[in-house]
Design a protein around this ligand. Structure first.
Ligand SMILES: [Zn+2]
Length: 334
C-alpha cells in the first residue's frame, strides 16, 4: 500500500517528541508549549503549522494534513526533513530576595487569613490534645518554609512556582477569606507575580513557562521515588503538614495534568499518584489513561483515596485536604 501524505501522517507521540527534540514546540495559534505536529513514519514533520494544540478547550488549534495540503498543494515536496524548531524564549526568573521579602514566616510578615484560619483550626479543635496541636503547627511551619509561602497585604497568599533547578518562574497571588477558602468574589482576588511591580524588569521577550507547583523538591532530594499530585497549591502545602513523609505537588488546574508538566517526574522514573478533587475523577481518569498510552514509561496511577473517603455531606468539589481537615476535626474535637 502506498503512503498517502494527506492521510497517513500521525500526531507525534510523547516519545517521538522527545526523540525529535520538539518537546517544547509551541502552538502557532496560542504560542504555548503543548503542541503536537503531524509527522511521517521517518520522523520528519509535515509542517510546523500542521498539528494539534493540547489546549483543546482554551485554544483548539488543529490543522490535519489533509487540510494543510489543500492549502499548500503547490509546494511539491511535502516533507521538511531539515525542520529545526526555534529555541524557546528565555524563561522568566524571579529573584529569590523578592520571595524572602514577602515570606509568611519572615520578621515583617503581614497578617494572612489562610494561615490564621489553619493555626486556629489546629489549636482550637484540639484543646485536650495540645501536644498534637503543637506538633501540627510545627509541621505546618516546616511545610510553609519548604514551599517558601508568601503573604501580601489584603489577605493574599503567594504560592511561588519554583522549578527543579530552584529557579522561581512565577508565583500565584491569591486572596483568601477568613474561613480558609478563596475569595472568588473579588475580581482582583488573583494575580500573577511575574506581572507584579515587586518582581522588577525581566529579560527582553522572557516568558512564563509553567511547571508543577512543588517541583523544587526534586532539587535537593535525589531519593524521591513517588510524588502525590493534587490540583491546588494550598492542598499540596497543607498535605505536606498532614503527610510530611510524602512529596506533594500541584498541577494548579484541572487541565494541567499532562506530559509537559509531568516530564521531570517521568524522566526520573518517579511514580506519580494522582488525587483529583471529587468532581475531577472523570477528567483525570481519562488523562491518566491517555498518559499511559502516549507515554508507556510513565508510572502513573489514579488514587481512589478521595472517592473512598468522601461522605455524602461533603461538598461537591471536595479534595483530599478537605477530607483530612474534616477527619482532624472529627478525631480531636471534644
Ligand atoms: Zn494553542
Amino acid at each position: 500500500m502506498s503512503y498517502d501524505v494527506t492521510r497517513d501522517p500521525h500526531l507525534a507521540t510523547w516519545r517521538e517528541r522527545i526523540e525529535l527534540n520538539i518537546k517544547l514546540m509551541r502552538c502557532p495559534a496560542c504560542n504555548r508549549v503543548g503542541y503536537k505536529p503531524y509527522i511521517h513514519p521517518d520522523g520528519t514533520i509535515v509542517a510546523e503549522e500542521c498539528g494539534k494544540c493540547d489546549h483543546e478547550s482554551s485554544c483548539g488549534y488543529h490543522i490535519p494534513p489533509k487540510e494543510w495540503f489543500k492549502e499548500h498543494s503547490q509546494d511539491g515536496d511535502h516533507t521538511n526533513p531539515n525542520y529545526v524548531p526555534p529555541p524557546p524564549p528565555p524563561a522568566i526568573k524571579i529573584d529569590r530576595n523578592v520571595a524572602l521579602q514577602v515570606y509568611c514566616l519572615g520578621p515583617k510578615a503581614v497578617r494572612n487569613p489562610l494561615l490564621r484560619y489553619w493555626t486556629n483550626l489546629i489549636r482550637n479543635v484540639a484543646p485536650k490534645h495540645s501536644d498534637t496541636a503543637t506538633k501540627y503547627v510545627e509541621r505546618m511551619k516546616a511545610a510553609l518554609r519548604q514551599f517558601m509561602v508568601g503573604s501580601l497585604p489584603g489577605g493574599y497568599t503567594v504560592w511561588w512556582i519554583v522549578d527543579e533547578t530552584g529557579s522561581i518562574r512565577s508565583g500565584k497571588c491569591m486572596k483568601y477569606r477568613s474561613d480558609g477558602h478563596r475569595d472568588k468574589e473579588d475580581k482582583f482576588g488573583f494575580r500573577w507575580m511575574h506581572r507584579s511591580p515587586l518582581v522588577g524588569q525581566q529579560k527582553e521577550g522572557a516568558e512564563y513557562v509553567g511547571c508543577l507547583f512543588g517541583l523544587h523538591q526534586l532539587k535537593n532530594n535525589k531519593d524521591i521515588k513517588e510524588v502525590q499530585i493534587v490540583e491546588s497549591e494550598k492542598t499540596a502545602v497543607l498535605m505536606t503538614m498532614f503527610k510530611p513523609t510524602m512529596t506533594w505537588m500541584a498541577t494548579m488546574g484541572l487541565g494541567n495534568l499532562n506530559q509537559y508538566r509531568l516530564a521531570p517526574l517521568i524522566d526520573r522514573g518517579i511514580h506519580i499518584t494522582c488525587h483529583p478533587d471529587i468532581d475531577g475523577y472523570g477528567k483525570w481518569g481519562d488523562k491518566v489513561e491517555q498518559l499511559k498510552h502516549d507515554c508507556p514509561e510513565a508510572k502513573i496511577t489514579l488514587s481512589d483515596y478521595v472517592k473512598d473517603h468522601y461522605y455524602a455531606i461533603d461538598s461537591a468539589n471536595t479534595d483530599i485536604l478537605d477530607e483530612f481537615e474534616r477527619d482532624y476535626i472529627l478525631l480531636y474535637s471534644p
